[in-house]
Write a protein that binds this ligand. Structure first.
Ligand SMILES: *[C@@H]1O[C@H](CO)[C@@H](O)[C@H](O)[C@H]1NC(C)=O
Ligand SMILES: *[C@@H]1O[C@H](CO)[C@@H](O)[C@H](O)[C@H]1NC(C)=O
Ligand SMILES: *[C@@H]1O[C@H](CO)[C@@H](O)[C@H](O)[C@H]1NC(C)=O
Ligand SMILES: *[C@@H]1O[C@H](CO)[C@@H](O)[C@H](O)[C@H]1NC(C)=O
Length: 356
């Protein structure tokens, strides 16, 4: 969840504190976006990693630099979106095999999930930890601290900030189908949401090689947790208390997101969803019955354009507010393995002449 202080003051029904150190207010799209956008929106590759590299998630720093986590190695890179500096390997979290979700809690203090998952063997029980990555001294002087092990976790995936003031995060386990709250100050964690809406297909053993991922990306908005359920192709909202526990039933907002990975929300309740299974970026209008428009990638154009999109975030900084940054897997698990694309960090301008 990324909101500015000024935005928070406008969220009248919002009852608890969020990440106040995050990106500026995103814009909202006109209601008839699909009629006025020249679709597909162009996808600009900022950086492409070598073939076989799966980029899994991203966070945007206040400087505008972008942190990307890799699943195929335990590496986090900083990428300058203006491409004036080469990507910087900030840290390798050996001996973990890969990194997943990442969230900022305090300015330039990030938390990320590390574990022994690979895209061919996602279920890796007992290998999971959440680390703190403190970049307050700069990306060349990272300070890394393990916050907690998760001995019962199967696949820690999406992360989001629950409360800046109490230093808490929510962490999704995609295979167990639960959400943990983690207190980053004490390292204590507890399952706070365990609901059928978080699980994958019922009755399928998630330790088989077929990924049966339930809850995946998570964001908090207006006192609710929003999440994708990958196997069920859903975008779901569940109202939560300040401690992360549910305060009402889950509501399915869309049943039409095709094997979704992570996503981002704008301030009008539009969700931009990385549809990893079908190689595109989709817009889902939550206020319009979950109507979906594919903005870029397949089937509008070659699936290699957005091969396996994994996560989406808005840029930060005035010139960046209409830009989405997207990580991709290179299509390793999206039917493109034959094409040996490298995972990318790409940009899509979702603003347009005459919209504002
Ligand atoms: C569609 O959006 C344009 C602005 O881009 C606006 O002028 C027009 O009235 C809208 N049409 C409908 C049917 O909402
Ligand atoms: C993860 O895998 C590496 C390499 O196989 C191994 O050294 C390490 O102990 C594993 N970590 C855990 C927590 O199981
Ligand atoms: C899932 O499959 C594994 C491997 O066959 C087995 O050890 C495990 O007990 C199964 N779990 C469930 C819940 O059926
Ligand atoms: C994958 O590559 C192999 C070897 O180059 C080729 O024979 C096969 O047709 C390709 N498959 C697809 C789906 O493109």
């Amino acid at each position: 969840m990324r909101l500015s202080t000024s935005t928070i003051s406008t969220l009248l029904c919002f009852s608890f504190q969020l990440n106040t150190q995050a990106s500026p207010t995103p814009y909202s799209l006109p209601a008839n976006v699909s009629q006025h956008l020249p679709l597909p929106l162009p996808v600009q590759v900022i950086h492409q990693f070598p073939p076989g590299t799966w980029l899994e998630n991203l966070a945007v720093q206040s400087s505008g630099d972008i942190l990307v986590t890799l699943l195929t190695s335990p590496d986090i890179y900083q990428i300058d979106p203006s491409q004036q500096r080469a990507p910087l390997l900030i840290h390798s979290f050996t001996p973990y095999l890969g990194l997943l979700g990442i969230t900022e809690l305090q300015p330039n203090i990030f938390y990320l999930a590390a574990g022994n998952a690979s895209y061919t063997a996602l279920d890796s029980p007992g290998t999971w930890a959440i680390f703190e990555l403190d970049l307050t001294q700069g990306a060349t002087a990272p300070r890394v601290t393990k916050i907690a092990d998760f001995p019962n976790a199967h696949l820690l995936n999406g992360l989001t900030t629950l409360s800046v003031s109490s230093g808490t995060l929510l962490v999704a386990d995609s295979l167990a189908g639960v959400v943990y709250r983690l207190d980053t100050r004490t390292g204590q964690s507890a399952i706070v949401i365990d609901d059928p809406s978080l699980k994958g297909y019922p009755g399928i053993n998630s330790s088989t090689t077929t990924p049966n991922l339930g809850i995946n990306g998570i964001k908090i908005r207006h006192g609710s947790l929003y999440f994708t359920n990958s196997a069920l192709a859903q975008l779901v909202r569940i109202p939560i208390h300040a401690d992360g526990t549910p305060r009402g039933p889950a509501v399915v907002l869309s049943r039409d997101v095709s094997f979704p990975d992570d996503f981002v929300l704008d301030h009008e309740g539009n969700a931009f969803v990385a549809e990893i299974g079908v190689n595109n970026l989709a817009l889902v209008r939550l206020g319009n019955g979950g109507a979906k428009t594919v903005l870029a990638g397949a089937p509008l154009e070659d699936p290699g354009v957005l091969a396996g999109p994994t996560a989406v975030e808005f840029g930060r900084g005035r010139a960046e507010r209409r830009r989405l940054y997207i990580t991709t897997s290179g299509g390793l698990a999206s039917g493109l393995a034959n094409r040996t694309l490298g995972g990318t960090l790409s940009r899509v301008e979702v603003g347009g002449t005459g919209w504002f």
